[in-house]
Design a protein around this ligand. Structure first.
Ligand code: HEM
Length: 495
């Protein structure tokens, strides 16, 4: 946050200036110099800003050193900002700069303008619902591996590190779908790619939020470990790309109809389709990063909430056990029937959105309600504030999946929550994410009884920002389900 303040643009009559917005006072003595820096903690910065929203309302500003940051918590205005991309607003340039310093070329998430438009079309095509449905057999294989892994833990009476388990599942899924590579971290021992990826996301976040870019002058052991992880991940990606090129060389029909996103990108790069080799690799990394934590931590939050709400857990189990025939071969039609499970996912993302805020930057002079916004203004969009307001949701702090089952209220609720963002940059992985999450839940609830999903000391898991909002320290304990009558969901290998 070491950028100079936005240049002074005079506010047209009738509009407020950013300097006129309310906001938290800085600390005595040092406040003039550092602004509100020491009033926020990186690990729960989202909660600090949400607290200020309750005090100052949905539009205010705070300051980090010389940089003023406008905070917006009104979902309608946020929706308008998200729709005004890529021309009116961009992602924070600070994030892009930090990524480049780490050796990461921007993929779809970090790209802007024309480069973004070209990549967006390709990535959307690769994650299209038809492609995801064609990929179901591979998803079943990954579910089967997860089932075997968890069955071993249940038999040995071991508790599972929930976040790490689910990230293996999501990495294997994305790599299979988008790159045609079966990396199988679920059945690998030792250091797997997912452990290197786990260093990159938190480091991006830590550096993007750090007031002092110390790594430009010296490196701490954590920074050196990060460099090693970036190198390892790049090598792994080069391997995926080389394998995909070999497949394309070996079978010319793949060029006509590339079966996955990576092969489609390679063909486009070779045919001068406005995408080059570095962008191909950048998008492999983007999809691994964007598809891993988000989906895994949403699932972890949901399992934790279900464990804390036994009635909802029982209803979810009933639904799965009524609908699903084979826990490791859940069909697209069965997934559609899992309406209560889907409602549980929406309710989880309302209460525990893994992206509780987004930082954007104005590309041109504009306004937000009655506020004049000069180009270069940094905007902190608070995604959860309206989701927890009684004027939008009855008993807003309660976990109540049923609220998503009534069509009218669900339609309104969707407009308020926006867990996948909105506008032209809305998450392209949404359909895949729902498919993966429902499939994992179906396998879990059909094959096991959930004994506990909790933190060691009990109580609700703490929220920690680490690019995504992570539940800290969740462990899960499972018991294998007893066999039931024919036709009911049964572990595949017992039939
Ligand atoms: C529960 C799971 C997920 C959540 C909550 C989530 C959330 C988000 C959010 C909030 C954004 C920013 C959207 C915006 O700027 O308006 C985003 C962007 C993105 N997501 Fe997801 N995501 C999830 C899963 C996935 C998956 C599985 C993939 C792909 C494998 C993926 C790939 C991407 C990409 C590439 C972008 C950048 C899009 C762009 O800038 O055009 N996400 N996601």
């Amino acid at each position: 946050m070491d950028r100079p303040p936005a240049p002074a643009f005079a506010a047209p009559p009738g509009l407020r200036r950013i300097e006129d917005l309310p906001g938290p006072r800085g600390l005595p003595l040092i406040g003039k110099l550092v602004g509100n820096l020491f009033q926020l903690r990186q690990a729960n910065v989202h909660q600090g800003v949400e607290r200020w929203c309750r005090e100052f309302g949905p539009l205010f500003a705070f300051r980090i050193a010389r940089q003023r940051i406008v905070v917006l918590a009104d979902h309608e205005l946020i929706g308008a900002v998200l729709r005004d991309r890529p021309d009116g607003w961009r992602r924070s340039s600070r994030l892009q700069q930090v990524g480049l310093e780490m050796g990461l070329t921007p993929g779809l998430f970090g790209a802007e303008g024309e480069a973004w438009r070209r990549q967006r079309r390709m990535v959307m095509g690769g994650l299209d619902p038809r492609r995801v449905r064609a990929y179901f057999p591979a998803l079943w294989r990954v579910s089967g591996r997860l089932q075997r892994r968890w069955r071993r833990a249940a038999r040995e009476g071991r508790s599972l590190d929930l976040g790490a388990e689910l990230m293996r599942y999501t990495v294997d899924t994305v790599a299979g779908l988008a790159f045609g590579t079966d990396i199988n971290t679920l059945e690998s021992e030792g250091v797997v790619i997912q452990q290197h990826l786990d260093r990159i996301f938190p480091a991006l976040y830590r550096r993007a939020m750090s007031p002092l870019p110390y790594w430009r002058w010296f490196k701490l052991p954590a920074d050196r470990a990060l460099d090693r992880s970036v190198t390892e991940v790049k090598q792994a990606i080069a391997g995926f790309v080389a394998e995909a090129r070999a497949r394309l060389r070996g079978d010319s029909s793949r060029r006509q109809h590339p079966p996955n996103l990576l092969e489609a990108m390679i063909v486009a790069a070779e045919e001068g389709g406005g995408i080059d080799d570095t962008q191909v690799s950048a998008n492999v990394l983007t999809l691994l990063l964007a598809g891993e934590d988000t989906t895994a931590h949403t699932l972890a939050w949901l399992l934790h909430l279900l464990h804390r709400h036994p009635q909802a857990l029982a209803q979810a189990c009933d639904e799965v056990r009524r609908v699903v025939v084979d826990p490791c071969a859940v069909t697209p039609e069965q997934l559609v029937e899992l309406e209560f499970i889907e409602a549980c996912l929406h309710e989880t993302m309302r209460l525990k959105p893994v992206a509780p805020f987004m930082v954007l930057e104005a590309l041109r002079e504009t306004s937000l309600g009655d506020l004049h916004v000069p180009p270069g203004t940094l905007l902190w969009c608070v995604m959860r504030h309206d989701s927890l307001q009684a004027r939008h949701f009855e008993r807003p702090l309660e976990f109540d999946p049923a609220r998503w089952l009534a069509e009218v209220s669900a339609g309104n609720a969707r407009r308020v929550t926006m867990p996948f963002g909105g506008g032209p940059r809305t998450c392209p992985g949404r359909y895949l994410a729902f498919t993966e999450m429902k499939m994992a839940l179906a396998m879990l609830l059909a094959s096991f009884e959930v004994e506990s999903v909790e933190v060691p000391g009990g109580g609700e898991a703490e929220e920690r920002m680490s690019f995504t909002m992570v539940p800290v320290g969740l462990r899960m304990r499972l018991r294998e389900r007893k066999l039931r009558a024919a036709g009911a969901a049964r572990p595949a290998e017992q039939r």
